[in-house]
Every structure is written in C-alpha cells, then in structure tokens.
Design a protein around this ligand. Structure first.
Ligand SMILES: NC(=O)c1ccc[n+]([C@@H]2O[C@H](COP(=O)([O-])OP(=O)(O)OC[C@H]3O[C@@H](n4cnc5c(N)ncnc54)[C@H](O)[C@@H]3O)[C@@H](O)[C@H]2O)c1
Length: 291
C-alpha cells in the first residue's frame, strides 16, 4: 500500500545486491512511495549481483562506487546531482562486510589488516558518505540519512566478531555528525538496529540460523523482516519524522528490551532435561501456546 510519503523526494541508495538485500526492499518501497533515486554499489557487486534489474523496475540509474573511496563518492554525488538537476533528500547506507567473519577468523585472533577493512567498509564509509554530502552541499534542508546497525553494537553476541566494533562506531558517527549536520543544515541522521535477517551479509555470520530462532523466540512481536525494515526507512526519509535525529532506533520486535521469554526458556529447559538423553531436543516438536 502506498501513502505517497516520498512524493518528489530524491535520494541515493547504497547496498542493493540482490532481492534479499534490505536496500533492495527499501528501494522498492521508496519507488512505491513516489521517490526517485540513484542505486549504487561496488563495481564487483554490480557485476555479480542483480542491481541493474532493480534499476529497471524502479526507473533508476546505477552508479558504481566503493563507499570507502572518497574519489568514488565525489563522483557519485556529482553524477547524482547532475542527473536530478539539483540536490537530494535522503541517503540509505546499507553496507557491511568483514573479511575476518568471511574467513572465520575468531575475535581473539583477528587479522588487523582485515579488521581495518571491516571498520572502513562497515563504519568509516558512513562518515565518508556524510562528509562528502556536506562538502558538496548535496542535501536539501530537512534531508534524512539512515544507516543500518545491529544490537551487537551494545551487547555481545556470539560470533558477530569485529562487526560489533564496526556497528558501535557506525552508531557513534550518526550521533557526532547528526549534531553538526543538524545544527548547520537541518539534516537528520539515524541508525536502525535491525533484527537478524536472511540476506547475503546476514547469512555469513556463523550460527545464523540458531541466532534467528533465538531472537524470534525472545521477541514478543517476532523478528522484523527486511520488508518491515524498509517500511521503517521510508518513515525516516519522510517528512513525518523531521525532528528525529542522532538516534539508534530498534526495529527488532522488542528483542532489545527482553531478558528472557517464555518461549526461549521453554527451549532452554528442554535442552537441560535432555542433557543425559541421546535425543536432540531441537528436533522435537516445540509448538507452544501463545504466552
Ligand atoms: N542481515 C542481517 O541480519 C542484518 C541485521 C542488522 C543489520 N544489518 C545491516 O544491514 C546492512 C545491509 O546488509 P544486508 O543484510 O542487506 O546484506 P547484503 O549483503 O544484501 O548487503 C550488504 C551490501 O554491502 C555492499 N558493500 C560491501 N562492501 C562495500 C563497499 N566497499 N562499498 C559499497 N558497498 C559495499 C555489498 O555489495 C552489499 O550490497 C548492513 O549494514 C548490515 O550489517 C543486517
């Protein structure tokens, strides 16, 4: 259902690799809501992924840019402003990658070159994007910038590895730049802390299926889907959230406020009961009454 929330608005969407990507779902929703945008990703991702299909479906242009390259970002903003004949209104930073996670290197044996790459791609790129937007004065007043984060920025989660440090930096950049860009140009900057979601980046985290099941059981509303994350992004790009800035906003079905739930405790107890038996408790029927 469309509400025309982004009618006349223009933007840049980073990170739509394939139809599972959160950025992809956001582009589809932004298009439905009347926005026009430029899609961008690395040259390699544009070769390997399906971004050009999305561009066709949303009547967008695609510009290659490595978000860690200031030169690429300068070109991206210049081409975008030329394309639209003026400034833009929103930016989605939906970028994350850790070579340490990819290579299954544990947190207490990190490769530091990879660590720096994780931070550059997943966090510092956010600063580079915002700094370039500000330098080129690319955003209209009351524009909105959103990046995607994860609760591992605040709490330790098994196997999230150096991405946790990157997300902590990402959220801090939203606050630090949110102050400056808000004060000078009335631009708002926020991060959305999203539930685990089945995407190319998400599924790369070890134990991802177990994590999704755990957070589903812990969250009173269940995990938020990529589509629901896209909906939240749309509200933040719209004029309905003009005074929301410098926030990390949880889109997680309530997970971040939970300690233990009935459904998770039930599963945990089951595994304790079965400590000495030889069956796998996770294979048993665990249908539960709603509680
Ligand atoms: N999937 C999850 O469980 C989950 C949960 C919370 C937050 N997030 C965050 O959501 C965002 C989007 O991830 P996703 O889950 O949609 O996965 P995805 O793999 O579809 O998207 C990640 C994107 O980052 C792009 N990217 C990587 N390096 C880049 C670079 N140097 N320059 C520009 N782009 C680059 C990739 O090409 C890809 O399009 C990420 O920030 C991720 O950490 C994901």
């Amino acid at each position: 259902m469309s509400y025309n929330l982004l009618k006349g608005k223009k933007g840049i969407i980073f990170g739509a690799l394939n139809e599972k990507s959160i950025a992809w779902k956001t582009a589809i929703r932004a298009h439905e809501e009347g926005a026009e945008f430029v899609l961008t990703n690395t040259a390699m991702a544009l070769r390997m992924g399906d971004t050009h299909q999305l561009a066709e479906a949303t009547n967008s242009i695609v510009v290659a840019a490595d978000a860690t390259s200031v030169k690429d970002l300068e070109n991206l903003f210049n081409v975008t402003m030329e394309h639209f004949g003026g400034k833009i209104d929103f930016i989605l930073h939906s970028i994350g990658m850790s070579p340490n996670v990819r290579k299954k290197i544990p947190y207490d044996d990190l490769n530091y070159e990879f660590y720096l790459k994780t931070l550059d791609i997943s966090a510092i790129s956010f600063h580079k994007v915002i700094q370039m937007a500000k330098k080129l004065d690319a955003l209209n007043e009351w524009g909105s910038i959103v990046a995607l984060s994860y609760i591992a920025a605040q709490r330790t989660l098994f196997e999230y590895n150096d991405m946790a440090d990157a997300k902590a930096a990402l959220e801090s950049i939203a606050r630090s730049f949110g102050y400056i860009y808000g004060r000078e140009k009335k631009i708002r900057i926020n991060t959305i802390s999203q539930s685990p979601t089945v995407t190319t980046a998400g599924s790369g985290v070890k134990g991802f299926d177990g994590l999704m099941d755990f957070t589903e059981r812990m969250s009173p509303l269940g995990n938020a889907t990529a589509e629901e994350c896209a909906d939240y992004c749309i509200t933040l790009f719209s004029d309905l959230t003009k005074k929301v800035t410098m926030q990390n906003l949880f889109n997680d079905g309530g997970f971040s406020s939970m300690g233990m739930s009935y459904r998770a405790m039930h599963m945990y107890n089951k595994s304790l009961e079965c400590k000495d038996c030889h069956t796998n408790p996770f294979e048993e029927d665990d249908s539960l009454p709603a509680k």
